[in-house]
Design a protein. Structure first.
Length: 391
């Protein structure tokens, strides 16, 4: 049996320009997720930890950040757990690579006579971990854009020297018309041709898995979201390779190590009397680890006056990220209409008649225009009733 912990796309040191004041807090969450992954590897007594690229968000990291990472890897060294790292597309192995500037293995306490920490490079595309009876293959390039598929020349022969063969690649599984411009691309056919037992992938930030021939492949996803839209992130993978009666199996167990949560909140506009009530409903969800998408839905009364920008500004410090949207629909006129000979009566009939035509058409442009006219109708009724309206 061979037990692995597979992670990728930690992106330590990311700037998080979209998070404003919360950027520093999210960088700490990312490091905390990395620490939690190391804790998990030690608790589960895995044999090897695989870091499949983009451990760092860029090659311009201060030495203290590299030393902080090395201190965590040193804990794996202390538990006699091997660690294999490949550069990605953010911490690419180019001339300015931090893996050239800093000896991560030495900083983590691994010496030249052991295999406890290995960084694979173009000059060292694989490592044989004899104590675990596994060869880890990690074809990488010295440029961000690959000159060819990293799997092009990777083929496991029948006489190869280890029981297990595991691959690591940072790139995109080919999807026609979607990954054509990605820096590193490979195909399912190429995965199948390798003959690997397991292929640990990085670059996609949501956990995914599949099989190509006899090779099981998986993306671990990012241990903590790198962007607030990545609700599939937050995990690492525990992978167990086993052989029973000459039959090989690969079991993958997703484990949550990230703290960021994602949630949606729908508020029925018909049940809300004013903006303070909306504020109270959203504030009840306050959590510094929560990315909340709040929506005002349903039919909105004419008298309900609110500003989504004001609500976001008032509550932004209570969440990692808050988005408030008003997708409610202004009501059509209830009860008896004013006489068609009056301005209110003529206005309401004309606008509601046009709304009915557009909604009967049902096309996207018509429905957008109908939604705009419902707002026109709501504001017009308020003005005609003598209310002050702030736009």
């Amino acid at each position: 049996m061979l037990r692995l912990l597979h992670m990728a796309d930690v992106h330590l040191g990311a700037r998080h320009a979209d998070l404003g004041e919360q950027a520093a807090a999210q960088r700490e969450r990312q490091f905390a997720a990395f620490t939690a992954a190391v804790d998990l590897a030690i608790a589960e007594k895995v044999d090897v930890v695989l870091i499949a690229g983009d451990l760092f968000d860029s090659n311009t990291q201060p030495k203290r950040s590299v030393e902080r990472v090395a201190a965590e890897v040193r804990r794996l060294v202390g538990a006699t757990i091997r660690t294999v790292i490949i550069p990605g597309t953010h911490d690419v192995y180019d001339r300015s690579s931090l893996f050239r500037v800093h000896d991560v293995a030495a900083l983590a306490g691994s010496g030249p006579d052991d295999d406890l920490v290995t960084v694979l490079t173009p000059d060292r595309p694989s490592v044989h971990l004899a104590a675990c009876d596994v060869v880890v293959h990690g074809p990488v390039f010295a440029t961000k854009r690959a000159p060819h598929s990293p799997l092009r020349d990777l083929k496991i022969g029948a006489g190869d020297r280890a029981k297990w063969h595991v691959g690591m690649v940072h790139g995109s599984l080919s999807i026609p018309d979607r990954t054509d411009r990605d820096e590193v691309v490979f195909t399912r056919e190429e995965i199948e041709a390798t003959g690997l037992d397991y292929l640990a992938l990085g670059h996609w930030h949501s956990a995914q898995k599949g099989k190509a021939g006899s090779t099981t492949w998986a993306y671990s996803g990012a241990p903590e979201p790198v962007a607030v839209t990545q609700d599939g992130a937050g995990k690492v993978l525990l992978v167990e390779l086993n052989e029973t009666n000459a039959k090989r199996t690969v079991a993958i167990d997703e484990r949550v190590v990230g703290r960021t949560r994602f949630e949606k909140l729908d508020i029925d506009a018909a049940t809300i009397g004013d903006q303070p009530a909306v504020l109270a409903a959203i504030a009840a969800k306050s959590d510094p680890d929560l990315v909340l998408d709040a929506r005002l839905t349903g039919v909105r009364p004419d008298e309900l006056d609110l500003s989504t920008d004001e609500i976001e500004d008032r509550l932004k410090g209570s969440f990692l990220k808050l988005r408030v949207r008003d997708v409610s629909t202004p009501a059509l006129t209830r009860g008896n209409l004013p006489s068609p000979d009056t301005i209110p009566g003529a206005f309401i009939r004309n606008v509601e008649g046009r709304i009915a035509e557009l909604e009967a058409d049902g096309s996207d442009p018509s429905m957008r225009e109908a939604a705009e006219l419902r707002d026109v109708l709501r504001l017009g009724r308020l003005l005609l009733a003598g209310h002050e309206v702030t736009l």
